[in-house]
Design a protein around this ligand. Structure first.
Ligand SMILES: NC(=O)c1ccc[n+]([C@@H]2O[C@H](COP(=O)([O-])OP(=O)(O)OC[C@H]3O[C@@H](n4cnc5c(N)ncnc54)[C@H](OP(=O)(O)O)[C@@H]3O)[C@@H](O)[C@H]2O)c1
Length: 281
């Protein structure tokens, strides 16, 4: 059990809320902060919070991938500039920062799963802002762990799983891309891993995702089958969808590095999704 002073930023978001719930379940005390009471761009407030923390988990972020294309400056202010200041305060206080990042730092062109040493090359504004945040953290010299996650879903936020299921109320058939491959990952499972990392305080970059890989199309078919939904799933290509932001086609992570420090094996995407869908039914 941890007796550190732990702070969670973005504590009401999809991941942050599950982190808070996981800590509460484990009897770990943590202080949560989020909009509207706490704004990560408020330097004075941020400094005061970091000064009184031994560990900071940063789940706060500008996460609207589409809107970021036209609000790049705002995305950068929250995902990069604020992270830079957070890192500076953390360096001053030698506070360990667990910063959540994303597969969107990569361009998705690699033919095999991404390892931590792969060179990022984001293809949209959100990805660029998240990469800039990572860089600021690394440059600061503070004790940090960047945990890149991907394709996450949970109870308290918009995500692919919920959107797909809600669309079945309106349509008899849904087109889903079969050229984007990744690992659907539950935020409740991610939160369990974060709870383990709090004591271990690893440093550097770590990739975390559910075990195994699947396309968005096969994932949709799996979900409808599990929920006995008759809506037809039609395979299509990312190029068929007119979106403001481009998405990486390959989001696969190699998670060997984090697996070496975790107490238990990472559950596969089917197990994680089954648990989530069981609650949706
Ligand atoms: N969702 C995914 O598929 C995915 C994939 C890879 C990585 N990630 C990363 O995972 C982390 C957690 O994101 P999430 O999925 O939990 O998304 P989320 O639900 O949007 O959580 C982000 C939280 O940050 C808050 N926030 C936004 N601007 C803020 C500000 N200026 N000051 C303080 N808090 C602010 C949001 O508040 P509001 O809701 O009020 O704006 C929200 O509570 C992020 O770093 C994200 O980049 C997510």
């Amino acid at each position: 059990m941890s007796n550190q002073r732990i702070v969670v930023l973005g504590a009401n978001g999809m991941l942050g809320s599950d982190v808070m719930a996981e800590f509460a379940k484990a009897g770990i005390e943590a202080k949560g902060f989020d909009l509207p009471q706490f704004d990560i761009t408020d330097i004075k407030r941020l400094g005061d919070i970091i000064e009184q923390a031994d560990a900071v988990i940063n789940c706060a972020a500008y996460t609207d991938v589409e809107k970021a294309q036209t609000e790049a400056e705002l995305a950068h202010t929250i995902n990069a500039d604020a992270v830079g200041r957070l890192a500076h305060f953390a360096w001053e206080n030698q506070t360990w920062v667990l910063h959540i990042s994303t597969d969107f730092v990569f361009d998705g062109q690699k033919k095999t799963p991404y390892v931590e040493e792969d060179v990022p090359n984001p293809i949209n504004e959100y990805g660029k802002s998240k990469l800039a945040g990572e860089e600021q953290l690394i440059l600061s010299g503070c004790p940090y762990c960047i945990m890149r996650v991907e394709w996450t879903y949970g109870d308290n936020g918009n995500n692919f799983v919920k959107k797909l299921v809600s669309l079945t109320n309106e349509r008899d058939s849904i087109g889903v891309v079969d050229d984007q491959i990744g690992s659907p990952t539950a935020t409740v499972e991610t939160a369990k891993v974060i709870r383990q990392l709090i004591d271990k305080k690893p440093q550097g970059i770590y990739h975390y995702a559910a075990d195994g890989y699947v396309s968005r199309y096969d994932m949709a078919k799996y979900i409808f089958e599990k929920l006995n939904i008759n809506t037809k799933v039609e395979p299509c290509k990312s190029s068929n969808f007119k979106t403001a932001a481009q998405r990486p086609l390959n989001s696969r992570f190699n998670c060997d590095k984090i697996k070496r420090i975790l107490d238990e094996p990472i559950p596969d995407w089917q197990k994680q999704l089954d648990d989530f869908l069981g609650k949706l039914k």
